[in-house]
Design a protein around this ligand. Sequence first.
Ligand SMILES: Cc1ncc(COP(=O)(O)O)c(C=O)c1O
Length: 366
Amino acid sequence: MATEIKPRKVLDKIKPYSPGKPIWELQEELGLDKVIKLASNENPLGPSPKGIEAISAGLTELNRYPDADTAALKEAIAGKLDVKKEQLIVTNGADELITLMSEAFLDEGDEIVVPSPSFSEYDFGADLMGATVVPVPFDEGFQFNVQKILDAITEKTKLLYICSPNNPTGTYLSKSDFDELVAAVPKRVLIVFDGAYSHYATAEDYTDGLEYVRADKNVLVLQTFSKVYGLAGLRVGFGAAPETVIQTILKVKEPFNVNSLAQAAAKAAIADDEHVNASIESNTSGAKELYQAFSELGLSYVETTSNFILVQLGPDAEKLYNDLLAKGVIVRYGKIWGLPEYVRVTIGTKEENEFFVEVLKEVLSK
Ligand SMILES: Cc1ncc(COP(=O)(O)O)c(C=O)c1O
């Protein structure tokens, strides 16, 4: 029987998230043997081996509920990042934290400010609560413009998102610019610093935002175990912020939001320096290989401080994106970010990068 129940009005605005196509789906659709996915900024080296060991050890305890307070994991994060346990909240992926912050701070009619294009979940959280998204365009070369960001803040602004390195551009906000923002933004606005890709950012003037949390500034730093730690499938993220901010967000958190295997694996992965360093090294050399290939093909790209590259394929980008798909290479098409001439490619293993470049050459020469 068809239902007549009406959804909340704000849902009219919300379209379900469209993730990159999974490998199996493309394989089934096109009967391809080899498919590579460079579309979701995952770690191509795989999960932290120490994380996998911790999962095996935790299997026999699955009859128990997980620790609602994620105490052991918080202790590990606090030790690693030099913040207090009370300044941390652990969530079911950083995505959940974005939703929880939206639920905790946004009333209908409030505003969030987002240098754009950026990660779509900020808009989702605002839309869900009936709040308004105020996008701030980047300058030339997708550079942040602090003055434009400050100009966008109004009486209604509650959250300012700074994604650095920014997804999908790979550009970052310098420490001096962030200092300026922190000093100028009114205290009634929480600055959310999304450092999902912080580990990959090695520039001298980069900040991962954590020093501001240690100094008890009005900043929440969000990080995830889905990228450099290679645990995207487990769904663990966290926020570090002043204790009062954390206390507020905890009010809307479900008790058992992070499962026990995820907690155990994340605790082991954060101590797995070998895996983290190998992942960063592989990413740095992969970026160089891809830059060189793009230059040889006469394609412009945005220099990245992250594990993905935004590359300009020109007016035929959509066709080229589909041609790549048909040959087993999944990247992200830029139209979703208002960048119809671009694709975003995740830096893969050496072998994946080579396969991507080979197929890119083929589709460009057609
Ligand atoms: C900028 C940014 N923030 C947050 C996330 C969410 O990460 P998680 O997998 O922990 O939900 C992503 C995932 O792609 C991201 O790109």
